[in-house]
Design a protein around this ligand. Sequence first.
Ligand code: GLN
Length: 395
Amino acid sequence: MSVALPRVWRTARRTHGFAESVIRTMTRVSDECGAINLSQGFPDFSPPDELLAGSVDAIRGGVNQYAITWGSANIREALAAKIYEWYHMDVCPRENLTVACGATEAMAAVLLAIVDPGDEVVVMEPFYENYGPDTEICGAKPVYAPLSPGTWDIDFERLEAAFSPKTRAVIVNTPNNPSGRVFGRSALERIAELCHRYDAYAITDEIYEHILYDGLEHVPMATLPGMAERTITLSGASKTFSVTGWRIGWIIANRDVSSAVRKVHDFLTVGAPAPLQEGVAAGLRLLPPDYYTDLSAEYEARRDLLYPALVEAGFKAARPEGAYYVLADFSGLSDQPDDQFALWLAREVGVTPVPGSSFFSSPDSGRHLVRFAFCKTEGMLRQAVERLSAVGSLL
Ligand code: GLN
């Protein structure tokens, strides 16, 4: 007797190369195992009251319909003031700012607005896993430039080799997910020089701009000489204010790029959640400068809990300078591939990381790596550290 096979429904070719996000998958795996979830980077603590009150007041006060598609005037004005205060960047809230549904939508909208099919986008790797698929959605080609393995310094020879006359943009993420590196002024100047030489945009993902350690400072690419117009700066509220579920991000760009981005954003989403924009605006206006320095200090304490414990347990890793991840080499502990090792850690040790291969174009480059996120309360991290101390004896 023949068994009818289920019909395979046709889907667009552009989706066929995409894998499900491994970061998001690991959160599900972690929940299933009842493990401590150090995979997907979201905090397990509350956002500041100023933001909560701002959003609740907005909802109760009637802000429940669409905001202006590119962001309410209130949040754009609050952003322009904060960006000037921090970086002395002159950003016009009417012309240069667009509010999007998180930095994730921001990146997709920017690429759709500036990249044509056949163009190339330079992506340094390891990378945050959306950049490649975002580029491919545009029909463009991501060209990968590996950072130096282990230290995750920029390898300028390889970066330069990735540029070509077809390069439309380079994506720069500092502080960096997943490596924890912070790229300082001199590294950014060398990237800027390549952008000038190849007439390319720098698209900077600065979502971790307020999470830096050891006194390091964040340098926005747009503040470098000649880069204000050529840089498209992305950031958002998710990490700075611990509101990853609110999906409020923003884009700073020159007038022409902003106008193209706003059209794409409008057709994609109409707009980011209106009352939550008001909550973020309240946070931007009401939180004092100390809030931001305390945020870094609190994360530094979390780093100083997890990082030495990983080294003690036998992992090798560069100490994070910013953002909230440790990219750890486990080859001294196990020769399992990264996905099996990550599953083993979740099931047997009770701590879930992300397999390292999801941050590389060629999975082999990350087979010996896993990424741990430390955006968790001290109690949760202490428990994770205790569990990780048993890794050697369980293998
Ligand atoms: N940026 C976070 C991470 O890298 C969350 C990613 C996501 O799921 N959107 O884990």
